[in-house]
Design a protein around this ligand. Structure first.
Ligand code: UD1
Ligand code: CA
Length: 479
């Protein structure tokens, strides 16, 4: 039977105390509603319809999805009324109702759940709770068959004592909903059209209610405030960490790993504490990631090591590379096999050839380096004139001395050497040495001022205020 999924997301979410609509608040870097839509997609339904209302089209802007039908519920008159707004937009035989603020429901659980729906059977997700709070209560008859849901505010003392609650997730034949929804009334404690009232109607029509429990209680946890959101974030992260560990990843502390995207890891990867993995991340076998690293939209090749406090963002790291500690690889960086990028090195749109080393205190932007290049400490590619970006090319086996500025566009040929402290503005031919710095002068016989001569001169200037001492070249920094 073809499936339509309706996601309710029209509520206000007052307790978030936020300008952002509740369902747009991120969990693991993605709006809660985005998680629910992705889970819905995983079931390959005929259509997905999101009922929005409070906050208007802000929800659509924050959670853009073109394969979704957006149905507006202008006034929030209750969950039954909300589902009724979706009905004109869908035509499938089975309707599954989910919630934009119940983000961790799993596709596996829903597949089994939906499969229980028959022309004469509704599936209702319920949960036994030690402390059932203000949830709707599941009323069963003496034979244990579900008869009705009673909302907490409408419940009597006996009903309030029931510990089986309504999670809200419901799947039923569309034909049944079509005739039941128009019959709902708002004659109840909250003056709302309760979706939950369709259960008693179904029973009166001779239908059966199949009450199903989720595999994990957290799948049906809703978010009303930021405390609950933070709790679910931790649940989500624990699940991600456990999945990685089962795939052969060592996670030094599952409580200090954050996955905000889609992460694929090979075997024997080691993730040290405070690793944050964002977006699409591919980590090959035997890679180690040191403490406090951010890896975003990146690929890291087999056996590479990313040392502590490094950022790998929009970059591709080849096999057996060494990055960090304290390195920052920005978008467009590619490291070939065996390359090394050390501390306080920033790279952007830069290809670093096999075995090349950029070990300390360097900025490389818009650059290509061949194989076995050595870039000395403090090297800068001057790639930007304030408006335009220019490229730097460095050939195989070139050696760039420390503290050099390579003023792009410029190229350094294969096997060429740049003397330390050079400002290179012209291309350097293959194998040649370029030295571009002022020549050193040594002044013989020059004397450093001693404290006794200084006191004498100070005394002289107090006695007779005069202009500064001439010819004293040692006084750098005092002018
Ligand atoms: C609802 C159920 C209750 C269940 C609980 C589980 C009803 C009448 N009650 O109660 O049995 O135990 O969920 O959390 O269904 N919404 C709309 N439009 C509306 C009203 C609500 O889109 O007019 C959406 C909300 O955004 C929210 C969801 O429906 O995502 C549930 O609404 P809420 O008001 O939280 O229902 P509860 O009173 O918690
Ligand atoms: Ca609720």
């Amino acid at each position: 039977m073809e499936l339509a999924i309706v996601i309710l997301a029209a509520g206000k979410g007052t307790r978030m105390r936020s300008d952002l609509p509740k369902v747009a608040h991120p969990l693991a870097g993605k709006p809660m509603l985005g998680h629910v839509i992705d889970t819905a997609r995983a079931l390959s339904p005929g259509s997905i319809c999101v009922v929005f209302g409070h906050g208007g089209d802000r929800v659509q802007r924050e959670v853009p999805a073109t394969d979704v039908i957006w149905a507006e519920q202008a006034e929030q008159l209750g969950t039954g009324h909300a589902v009724a707004q979706a009905m004109p937009h869908i035509s499938e035989e089975v309707v599954l109702i989910l919630y934009g603020d119940v983000p961790l429901i799993r596709a596996e659980t829903l597949r089994d759940f939906v499969s229980r729906v028959q022309p004469d059977t509704l599936a209702l997700m319920t949960l036994e709770m030690a402390d059932p709070g203000a949830y709707g209560r599941i009323v069963r008859n003496a034979e244990g068959a579900v008869q009705a849901i009673v909302e907490y505010k409408d419940a009597d003392a006996t009903q309030k004592a029931i510990r089986e609650i309504n999670t809200g997730i419901l799947a039923c034949p569309r034909a049944f909903l079509d005739q039941a929804l128009p019959k709902l009334s708002s004659n109840n404690a909250q003056g709302e059209y309760y979706l939950t009232d369709v259960i008693a109607m179904a029973v009166a029509d001779g239908l059966t209610i199949d009450a199903v429990q989720p595999s994990f209680p957290w799948e049906v946890d809703g978010v009303n405030d930021r405390v609950q959101l933070a709790r679910l974030e931790r649940v989500y992260q624990q699940v991600q960490a456990e999945a990685l560990m089962r795939d052969g990843v060592t996670v030094m502390d599952p409580a200090r790993l954050d996955v905000r995207g889609n992460v694929r890891c090979g075997q024997d990867v080691v993730l040290d504490i405070n690793t944050v993995l964002v977006g699409e991340v591919d980590i090959a076998a035997r890679v180690t990631i040191g403490p406090n690293c951010l890896i975003r939209n990146a690929r890291i090749g087999e056996g590479s090591h990313i040392e502590a406090n490094s950022v790998v963002d929009g970059a591709v790291v080849g096999e057996d590379c060494h990055v960090g500690p304290f390195a920052r690889l920005r978008p467009g960086t590619e490291l070939a096999a065996g390359a090394r990028v050390g501390n306080f090195v920033e790279t952007k749109k830069t290809l670093i050839g096999p075995g090349s080393k950029v070990n300390h205190l360097t900025y490389l932007g818009d650059a290509t380096l061949g194989r076995d290049v050595n870039v000395g400490a403090g090297t800068i590619t001057c790639n930007y004139d304030g408006v335009n970006k220019f490229e730097t090319h460095i050939g195989d086996n070139a050696f760039i001395g420390s503290n050099s500025s390579l003023v792009a566009p410029v190229s350094v040929g294969s096997g060429a050497t740049v003397g330390a402290g050079s400002v290179v503005t012209k291309d350097v031919p293959e194998k040649e040495l370029a030295v571009a710095r002022s020549k050193q002068r040594n002044l013989s016989g020059w004397q450093r001022p001693s404290s006794t001569s200084q006191e004498a001169s100070q005394k002289a200037s107090q006695d007779a205020p005069a202009a500064g001492q001439p010819g004293d070249t040692s006084r750098q920094g005092e002018q």
